[in-house]
Design a protein around this ligand. Structure first.
Ligand code: ATP
Ligand code: MG
Length: 717
C-alpha cells in the first residue's frame, strides 16, 4: 500500500488518505483528479479493508468506469471485485432493479430508449386527439425531459404551466407517465428521478443505502445536473464520506441541464470539507499547457487556477490552415504519417481528431477511408447510418426506384402525415391483390376499402408529392433533389420545431448530405441521382475496419472529456464552428465554447495541431469562415502557423478557380481512373521516372493496389 501512495503527489495523497469526512478536489485538466479517485478506491479496499461493495464510485461514461475498474484491479492485484463503479444512470438502474417494487414497478422493468419514448408520446397524443402536425413529439419529449431533470412531475408541471403549449405538454406528460407505468418501463431520466424518489420517500430505504454506500466518490462533478447532486447529497447526508472531484473550467454540458454551481454548492453544503487543489499537470508538455492556459484565461467567470508541469517544453503547438475541408482532412492524414515516421513507436491509436459538430466527421471519414487509414468514431453512429440520413436516402431511393417498397414504408409516415399502421396494412393488401407496387397502390387510395376519409386523403396527397418529384428527378441534380426532399417533405420542418440539441445536430447532418451529393457529382462528373445513390451504397459497404485494429479515434469535443492522446488534432478551428454559430450571441455560451476548446487542448500529451479551412461547405453552401478567435488567444511564440499548399484534388467550383494547379506528376490525394480497376485515390507515391509507383485505393472494392505508373495508363480525374 505504501507503493500505492508513492505514485501520488502530496495533495493527491491527502485526497486519497482523508477517507473520513468530505473531500472536494477542484483542479485543472490532467492534474490527476481521476487518478486520485481511482487510488482512493484502491486505498479504501487495500489499506482500510473496506468491503468493495460498500464503495460507490461514479464516472461520467461507461468507458471511464471500465477503465477505473481495470486500474483498481491492477493496483490491488485482483481480477474481480464486487464493486459499484459506474455512471449515475447505470448505478441508479442497478439500485432500482433491487427496489422497484416499492415504486410500483417490478424488478424486470424495461428501460426505454429514445425511439421507444417517441412511440409512447405519439400514442399519448393520439389518445388526446392532438395532431402530430401541430405538436412535435420530439419537442414535447425534450420539454418533459427538462421537467424531469428538475424533479417536476406531471401534476406540479400542470399547475405551473404558463401558457397553452405548456398546458398541453402537461396533459401529454401525465398520460406518458401513466403509460410508462402501465408498460412497467422507465426512460433514462426516470432512472435518476426514481432513484432519488426512492431515497426521499422511503426513509428505511434511504437509511439502508446510506449505510450500505459508506464511501461515495464522484468524478467530473462539474457536469452533474440537479437530480444527480441531490442523489449524492442524500447518500452522504449522514456519514459525509464523500469525495468529489471536478474542474469548473471543463463544464461543457450546461445545454443538457448540467450545473457547474453544483461544485461550489457542495462546498457550502459540507463546510467542513477538506478542499484539495492539484496544480501539477502530468499529461501535457509545457507548450500545450501554456496554450490551454492562455485560452481559458479569457473567460471572465472563473476561479483562477495555477497549472504547471515538470514535463519538457515540447514542440510548439501547430496551426495549419487549408484551402477547404477536404484539404484539411488530408492535411491531418499527412501530419499523422509524418509524426509516425518521425516517431516509430507511435501507432494509429496514439492519434485523435476532435471536431465540434458530428457533421464534420463525414469528410474526415471519406478521406481516412480513401487513404486507407483505420479509424474509429467514438460515441456516435457513422454518418450514413444516422436515422435522418437513412430516412432522406429512403426518399431518394423511392424516387430512383419507385418499386422500392421497403424504402417507401420507411418514410411513408416520416414525418407523420396521418398514415398509420392499419392504413398501411390495407394499402399493402390492396397492392398485393392487384400485384402492383406499393407506391402505385397509393394512387388508387379511393378504391381501397375500409379506409377513413382522412387517411385516403393523406395517401393521395403523398402519392401526388412523390410523383411530382419523380417527374422532376431527371431535371435536377442529386444535390438539388436532396435539398428539395428535405425542404418539401416536412422533414426539415419537423426538426426545426424541436428545440433539442439532437434535432439541431440532425439538421446539420442533413445539410451535410446536400454537400455530399454536390461533391460526389463533381468527383464523378455525373450529377445524377443514380450516380449519387450508387456511390453511397458503395460507401456503406466498405466499412472494413475492425475495432480491435490500431485505429485513429474520431470524436466530437464533447466526447473527449477525461481522455488523453499523444497527438491531438482539433479540426474546424473557425468562427461558426468553434465557437459554434449558435453560441456567438451570448457571452455565457461563448464561455462554454471556450471551455470546450480548453477541454480539447488539454487532451494532448505531446503534439497538438489545430486545423482550419478557408472555405468549407456548410449546409450545402460554400462558406468562408474566419479562423477561430481562440487561435488568436494563443501567443505567437507558442504556435507555429502554417498554410498548406493547395493540392490538386480540389472540388471544382468557381470559388476554387484562382487556386494554382499542380500538375507535376501524381500526388497523394489525386483521384485517378484505371482501365481495369476503375476510380481510386492515390495514397502513396514512391520512386520517380521509370520506376514511379503509386499506391491506390480503389472505390469499387476498397482494395489497395500498387501500380507502376509506366505500365498503367492512369488518368487523373
Ligand atoms: P482531466 O481533467 O482531463 O479529467 P485529470 O485531472 O482527471 O484530468 P488524470 O487523468 O487523473 O487527470 O491524470 C492525467 C495523467 O497524469 C494520467 O496519465 C495520469 O496517469 C498521470 N498522473 C496523474 N497523477 C500522477 C502522479 N502523481 N504521478 C505520475 N503521473 C500522474
Ligand atoms: Mg479526469
Amino acid at each position: 500500500m505504501d507503493d500505492l501512495l508513492k505514485n501520488l503527489n502530496e495533495p493527491q495523497r491527502l485526497a486519497v488518505t482523508t477517507t473520513e469526512g468530505p473531500v472536494l478536489v477542484i483542479a485543472g485538466a490532467g492534474s490527476g483528479k481521476t487518478r486520485a479517485i481511482t487510488y482512493r478506491v484502491a486505498y479504501l479496499i487495500g489499506a482500510k479493508r473496506i468491503p468493495p461493495r460498500n464503495i460507490l464510485a461514479v464516472t461520467f461514461t461507461n468507458k471511464a468506469a471500465e477503465e477505473m475498474r481495470n486500474r483498481i484491479y491492477k493496483l490491488l492485484g485482483v481480477t474481480e471485485l464486487e464493486s459499484w463503479i459506474g455512471t449515475f444512470h447505470a448505478t441508479c438502474a442497478r439500485l432500482l432493479r433491487r427496489e422497484a417494487d416499492r415504486l410500483g414497478f417490478t424488478r424486470d422493468f424495461a428501460i426505454y430508449d429514445e425511439s421507444d419514448q417517441l412511440l409512447l408520446i405519439k400514442h399519448c397524443m393520439k389518445k388526446l386527439s392532438l395532431p402530430e402536425r401541430e405538436y412535435n413529439p420530439h419537442a414535447i419529449l425534450s420539454r418533459i425531459s427538462l421537467a424531469k431533470n428538475k424533479m417536476l412531475f406531471p401534476d406540479a408541471f400542470r399547475e405551473k404551466a404558463g401558457d397553452d403549449f405548456e398546458a398541453t405538454v402537461g396533459n401529454i406528460y401525465k398520460l406518458y407517465a401513466e403509460a410508462l407505468r402501465e408498460n412497467n418501463a422507465m426512460d433514462f431520466d426516470d432512472l435518476l428521478c426514481n432513484a432519488l424518489l426512492l431515497l426521499l420517500q422511503y426513509p428505511e430505504c434511504s437509511e439502508k443505502y446510506r449505510s450500505f454506500f459508506r464511501y461515495v466518490l464522484v468524478d467530473e462533478f462539474q457536469d452533474t445536473n440537479r437530480v444527480q447532486y441531490e442523489l449524492v447529497r442524500e447518500l452522504a447526508r449522514e456519514h459525509h464520506n464523500l469525495c468529489v472531484v471536478g474542474d469548473d473550467d471543463q463544464s461543457i454540458y450546461s445545454w443538457r441541464g448540467a450545473n457547474v454551481d453544483n461544485l461550489f454548492d457542495l462546498q457550502k453544503e459540507f463546510p467542513e470539507a477538506t478542499v484539495v487543489f492539484l496544480e501539477e499537470n502530468y499529461r501535457s508538455t509545457q507548450s500545450i499547457l501554456d496554450a490551454a492556459n492562455a485560452v481559458i484565461a479569457n473567460n471572465s467567470k472563473r476561479k483562477p487556477k495555477k497549472l504547471w508541469t515538470k514535463n519538457d517544453r515540447g514542440k510548439n503547438v501547430m496551426w495549419c490552415s487549408a484551402p477547404d475541408e477536404h484539404s484539411e482532412a488530408r492535411r491531418i492524414i499527412g501530419e499523422i504519417r509524418r509524426l509516425r515516421q518521425e516517431n516509430p513507436e507511435m501507432g494509429n491509436s496514439d492519434f485523435a481528431v476532435f471536431y465540434r459538430t458530428n457533421a464534420q466527421s463525414r469528410v474526415l471519414e471519406d478521406e481516412f477511408r480513401a487513404a486507407g487509414i483505420t479509424y474509429v468514431i467514438v460515441g456516435n453512429v457513422r454518418f450514413y447510418d444516422r436515422k435522418e440520413i437513412k430516412d432522406t436516402l429512403a426518399y431518394l431511393r423511392v424516387l430512383a426506384n419507385p418499386a422500392d417498397s421497403v424504402s417507401l414504408r420507411r418514410i411513408i409516415n416520416v414525418p407523420p402525415r396521418g398514415i398509420g399502421k392499419t392504413t398501411l396494412e390495407r394499402v399493402g393488401e390492396f397492392a398485393s391483390d392487384r400485384r402492383t407496387a406499393l407506391l402505385e397502390a397509393l394512387g388508387h387510395a379511393s378504391e381501397i376499402p375500409q379506409l377513413r376519409a382522412d387517411a385516403r386523403q393523406s395517401l393521395l396527397k403523398f402519392h401526388e408529392y412523390i410523383s411530382r418529384l419523380i417527374r422532376q428527378k431527371n431535371d435536377l441534380s442529386a444535390a438539388d433533389l436532396v435539398r428539395e426532399v428535405i425542404n418539401t417533405s416536412g422533414y426539415a420542418e419537423m426538426l426545426t420545431q424541436d428545440p433539442s440539441f439532437e434535432a439541431q445536430a440532425r439538421i446539420e447532418n442533413l445539410a451535410e448530405l446536400v454537400s455530399a451529393a454536390a461533391e460526389t457529382g463533381e468527383k464523378l462528373n455525373d450529377f445524377s441521382l443514380d450516380a449519387f445513390l450508387q456511390s453511397v451504397s458503395l460507401q456503406s459497404d466498405v466499412d472494413g475496419w475492425d475495432e480491435r485494429m490500431d485505429a485513429v479515434t474520431l470524436m466530437t469535443l464533447h466526447m473527449a472529456k477525461g481522455l488523453e492522446f499523444t497527438a491531438v488534432f482539433m479540426a474546424g478551428m473557425e468562427e461558426g464552428l468553434l465557437p459554434h454559430a449558435n453560441a456567438l450571441l451570448s457571452e455565457k455560451s461563448l464561455e462554454e465554447e471556450r471551455r470546450l476548446c480548453y477541454v480539447g487542448i488539454t487532451r494532448a500529451r505531446k503534439h497538438l495541431v489545430f486545423t482550419s479551412a478557408d472555405v468549407r461547405r456548410i449546409r450545402g453552401e460554400i462558406e468562408v469562415n474566419e479562423p477561430s478567435r481562440f487561435l488568436a488567444e494563443i501567443p505567437d511564440e507558442l504556435m507555429d502557423a502554417e498554410e498548406s499548399v493547395p493540392d490538386s484534388r480540389l472540388v471544382r467550383d468557381e470559388h476554387y478557380q484562382e487556386m494554382p494547379d499542380y500538375e507535376d506528376g501524381f500526388r497523394v490525394g489525386d483521384i485517378i481512373e484505371h482501365s481495369t480497376f476503375g476510380t481510386g485515390v492515390i495514397n502513396t507515391v514512391s520512386g520517380s521516372g521509370e520506376s514511379a509507383k503509386v499506391g491506390v485505393r480503389f472505390y469499387r472494392d476498397n482494395k489497395q493496389r500498387d501500380i507502376v505508373v509506366k505500365y498503367a495508363s492512369l488518368k487523373r480525374r
